[in-house]
Design a protein around this ligand. Structure first.
Ligand code: HEC
Length: 132
């Protein structure tokens, strides 16, 4: 009898786990421009030197929250992407391509935060952030 009860609860629990969605509840939807920007970010190897959500190369800074940061913002990012620096190449991208990359960086910033060190660990082990 116990075995049957366990089997039945296992069955319903599994059905629940496999059918409940895994999508982020408040994730912003990505426009075509965001998708193009992500592809450009990959094709131009921005990831070789930069990180998004802390993943990538470490020659340049993490770019997750550059565009949504009110002290930096899209114009600041545009300047670097269009001009390059001594250490960052100028990729000769056209205005639309730069717009797409900025849309991608804006989307990345709206979907998550980096630096994780600013998060607070709760007593039950998750990390919480103050979202701007
Ligand atoms: C060869 C390494 C390298 C590559 C590749 C590279 N960057 Fe950079 N980037 C840097 C460095 C280093 C900096 C920091 C400024 C400096 O020291 O010159 C930087 C700065 C930036 C900044 C300003 C960030 C801040 O916090 O000040 C943005 C935005 C940026 N890069 C975007 C991009 C994009 C978009 C691409 C791809 C199209 C790219 N970078 C490719 C090295 C690189």
């Amino acid at each position: 009898m116990l075995f049957i009860a366990l089997f039945v609860s296992f069955f319903f629990y599994s059905a629940g786990v496999y059918t409940s969605g895994t999508a982020l509840i408040d994730a912003p939807s990505a426009s075509d421009s965001v998708h193009r920007g992500q592809a450009l970010f990959r094709e131009n190897n921005c990831w070789a030197c930069h990180q998004i959500y802390g993943l990538g190369g470490y020659m340049g800074p993490d770019l997750t929250n550059i565009v949504i940061n009110p002290d930096l913002g899209p114009d600041y990012a545009r300047l670097f992407i269009e001009e390059g620096t001594d250490r960052m190449p100028n990729f000769e991208l056209n205005t639309r391509e730069v717009d797409d990359i900025i849309a991608y960086l804006e989307h990345a910033g709206a979907a998550g935060n980096y630096n994780p060190k600013k998060g607070k660990v709760t007593w039950y082990g998750t990390v919480e952030y103050d979202r701007e």
